[in-house]
Ligand binder design. Sequence first.
Ligand code: SF4
Length: 310
Amino acid sequence: MFYNEFMPRPEYIEITCKSAVNRVQGMPYLKWSLNPYGGCVHRCRFCFAVQYRVVADQGTQQDFGTRLFIKTNFIEVLARELQRPGLQGEHITLGTATDPYQPVEGRYRLTRGALTLLRDHANPMSLLTKSPMIVRDVDLLADLARVASAEVFFSITTVDLDLWRTVEPGTANPFHRLRAMRTLREAGVPAGVMMAPILPGLTDSAASIEAVAAAAREHRAAYFSAAPLRLAPHVKEFYLGFIGDEYPELLARYERAYPGTYAPAAYREKLDERVQRIRAAYGFAGNAERRRAPQPPLIPRRGPQLALPI
Ligand code: SF4
């Protein structure tokens, strides 16, 4: 990664943790999570996780991307916790407050250690990442998919490369992530695309969503899901500061639309209809059907492109 005065070199701080498995708050469909690191150098401008840093009084939204905490005893603590009867067979998610495959993972390998333990204990697992580094662990993910279940979500906000550089300055090129997803699929790992959050005025047009869905299809995604932007306290100030700097013409619209955490209900409904229509047009199941049905068939790597449906 390239660092300069605009992108300062991160500070890495080794810490120890008392617990590794956390009960997830505020996400009804997830129960347990693992976050081996604190902070994330991917520095997405809309990062939902900056609120945890501020609320825990561990720093600011701005230093979430430059002060990284590394839980050096994470694997040892997790190994103990997974012996508990209450965690046997439980579904555990990686990456609810950080990206488990940000560059520091290359050195500390805490995510790989956690996956090894989850496989050994046959715990079903899901994870969300923006990093192609995950390909390093394709062997473990394929094992996990066999002995329990594994579900990998590749976060793709946009495939517009100019926009990508602006909104996610520390992440890998979205096409590198898509190629990593295809590698996982070819190894038998269930993997798909999550387009979240969808950014009003930047990525919410039918054309933007279609572009991501088409790229997901072309790279053999097993599923495609999307979610609108949520601006929780602390996230809102962080994101609107970025909008004010980079897209000042959108700022008043955001301020009107987000008096609280959520976009207006009418906007969310319309966006949901748009996503559902595009998802169906590209042959992806809805979230509920996806969990019941087998994965969609793979398409040939250089097969014909699907025509835009609307
Ligand atoms: S990858 Fe996730 S945790 Fe990391 S900065 Fe982006 S949104 Fe935040």
